[in-house]
Design a protein around this ligand. Structure first.
Ligand code: ZN
Length: 139
C-alpha cells in the first residue's frame, strides 16, 4: 500500500468564506500516483471545515445565512467560550455543523464523485494562516 501526505495553506481575508479546493485535491491525487484508494481531506483547525456539495453561489450564500442564524457572531457575550478572551465561539459551532473532513474514493486515478460534488474549505474564523491535511492511501 502507498501513502501520500500534503498540506494546503490558507490565509483568508474575511472572517467567513468558502474556497473550492477540488483542483488542489485532484493535484494531490495525481502527485500520489495512487490509482485505487481513498483520500481524506480535513481541516486542521477547530474553527474551519471541509465539506462536499454543489459549486453554486446561491447555495453558498444560503449556507452562510443559515449558519449565521444558528450561531450569530455577535453579540460576543452570548458564548461562554468567549469568556476565555476569544471571540470565535460562533466559529466552533459553525465548524461542528459543517464537519471536520471528507473522504472520497479514488478510482482509476480520479476522484470518484457523485453528480455536482465538489470539495470546499470553509473558514469561520479567518484572517490568519490555517491548514488543510490531504492524506491518500491505496495502490
Ligand atoms: Zn476558540
Amino acid at each position: 500500500m502507498k501513502t501520500y501526505r500534503k498540506e494546503l495553506f490558507f490565509n483568508i481575508s474575511k472572517r467567513v468564506d468558502f474556497i473550492n479546493i477540488t483542483a488542489d485535491v485532484e493535484d494531490a491525487v495525481t502527485e500520489s500516483a495512487i490509482k485505487e484508494g481513498i483520500v481524506l481531506v480535513n481541516a486542521m483547525h477547530i474553527t474551519a471545515s471541509v465539506f462536499i456539495n454543489d459549486n453554486e453561489s446561491g447555495l453558498h450564500s444560503d449556507y452562510k445565512r443559515w449558519l449565521e442564524e444558528l450561531a450569530p457572531h455577535e453579540p460576543l457575550s452570548q458564548y461562554n467560550h468567549n469568556r476565555t478572551g476569544e471571540d470565535n465561539g460562533d466559529a466552533h459551532l459553525k465548524r461542528q455543523i459543517m464537519g471536520r473532513e471528507v473522504v472520497v474514493a479514488i478510482t482509476n486515478g480520479k476522484l470518484d464523485f457523485g453528480p455536482w460534488e465538489q470539495i470546499f474549505y470553509a473558514e469561520f474564523d479567518g484572517m490568519r494562516r490555517k491548514r488543510v491535511l490531504i492524506k491518500i492511501i491505496g495502490e
